[in-house]
Design a protein around this ligand. Structure first.
Ligand code: AMP
Ligand code: FE
Ligand code: FE
Ligand code: ZN
Length: 280
C-alpha cells in the first residue's frame, strides 16, 4: 500500500490474517501505530487467535489493544454483524463456540467452491486455504482466488457477480442470529455493538430487540456511512441509550474505503463502553 499518512487515535474495528484481513496481527498494529492510532480493537471474525500477538506489538509501540471479535450472522435482517468488545482471549467456553462458527465457515467456503466449479470457475479449495493462511475462512479469500485466476477484475466484482447474497455461487451461513450473537457476547462478559448498521435490513425494528438482549453500542462512525446514516445512528443511540462506536473495518485490501485509523471516533467512547461491562 502507498503512503501511510495520518489517522485518528481510536479505531474499534480492524481485521488481521487470523480472519479475512491481509496483514498479520503484528503488521496490522505496526500500521496502526504508524498512522497515529493509540487505541485499537482487533475484531477478527469468529476468532481470538490474533489478540496475544497484537497485544505484544501494541506494548512495544504504545497501542492499547482492546480484545474483540466480529460475529457475522444469518437471518432475515440482512448483514447484521455484532462486534464484541472486552472479551477474554483465554475464555475456553467462548473459544468452543467460536470454533463451531469457524468450522461452519470452512464448510460454507467448501460448498461455495463446489458451486463455482460447477459454474466452470476453476478455483481450487487448496489455493483458498493457502490464501487464508490458517485464518478463519471467509468470502474475501474466495474473492482473492477468483481475482488471481483473472475471473474478476476486483474483489467487489467477485462479490457483485458471484458470491454476494442472491448471486450464483452464494451459500447461506450456518451460524448465529443477531440476537444470539448479542447474547453470546454478553454471556462471556463482553460489550456488544452493532457493526456498520447501514447493511442491516429493518434496522429500526431490530435495534430494540437487540437492546433487550444486551446490545450496548452502535457503530455510528463508519467509512461507508453517509452523513445522514451517521446522524440516524446517533439518533437511535440517544433514544436507546447506546454508545456510538466506530472504526475503519480495515482488512488491508482496500475494502470499505478507509485506512486503519481513518474514521473519527470520539475519545469518550472507550470509557462509555467500559462502563457497559457487567459484573466487572
Ligand atoms: P463472510 O463472513 O465469509 O460471509 O464474508 C463477509 C466479509 O466479506 C465481510 O466481513 C467483509 O469483510 C467482506 N465483504 C462483504 N461484501 C463485500 C464486498 N462487496 N466487497 C468486498 N468485501 C466484502
Ligand atoms: Fe471481514
Ligand atoms: Fe462486518
Ligand atoms: Zn469487519
Amino acid at each position: 500500500m502507498g503512503a501511510i499518512g495520518e489517522g485518528y487515535a481510536i479505531d474499534l474495528h480492524t481485521h488481521s490474517l487470523r480472519s479475512d484481513g491481509a496483514l498479520s496481527p503484528a503488521d496490522l498494529v505496526k500500521r496502526a501505530a504508524a498512522r497515529g492510532v493509540t487505541i485499537q480493537a482487533l475484531s477478527d471474525h469468529d476468532t481470538l487467535a490474533g489478540i496475544a500477538e497484537a497485544e505484544a506489538t501494541g506494548r512495544d509501540l504504545g497501542v492499547r489493544i482492546i480484545p474483540a471479535t466480529e460475529l457475522n450472522t444469518e437471518s432475515e435482517w440482512g448483514d447484521a454483524h455484532v462486534l464484541g468488545y472486552f472479551i477474554d482471549p483465554a475464555d475456553a467456553a467462548l473459544e468452543d463456540r467460536l470454533r463451531w462458527l469457524r468450522s461452519n465457515r470452512g464448510r460454507r467456503i467448501e460448498l461455495m467452491v463446489e458451486k463455482l466449479n460447477a459454474l466452470d470457475y476453476a478455483v481450487d479449495l487448496a489455493r483458498v486455504l493457502e490464501i487464508a493462511q490458517g485464518g478463519a475462512l471467509g468470502r474475501p479469500h474466495l474473492a482473492q482466488a477468483l481475482f488471481e485466476k483473472g475471473y474478476v477484475k476486483s474483489y467487489d466484482e467477485a462479490f457483485d457477480t458471484l458470491i454476494a447474497k442472491d448471486s450464483p455461487a452464494y451459500v447461506a451461513r450456518v451460524g448465529l442470529t443477531p440476537l444470539e450473537a448479542v447474547t453470546l457476547v454478553r454471556t462471556h462478559g463482553g460489550v456488544p455493538s452493532l457493526a456498520h448498521p447501514g447493511t442491516v435490513i429493518g434496522l429500526d425494528e431490530l435495534l430494540p430487540r437487540l437492546v433487550a438482549a444486551g446490545l450496548a453500542g452502535i457503530e455510528a462512525y463508519y467509512g461507508e456511512h453517509s452523513p445522514r446514516m451517521t446522524a440516524r445512528c446517533l439518533d437511535r443511540a440517544r433514544e436507546l441509550d447506546l454508545v456510538p462506536t466506530g472504526g475503519s473495518d480495515f482488512h488491508g485490501r482496500g475494502e470499505h474505503g478507509v485506512d486503519i485509523g481513518g474514521v473519527f471516533v470520539p475519545p469518550e467512547t472507550i470509557e462509555r463502553l467500559e462502563s457497559r461491562r457487567r459484573g466487572a
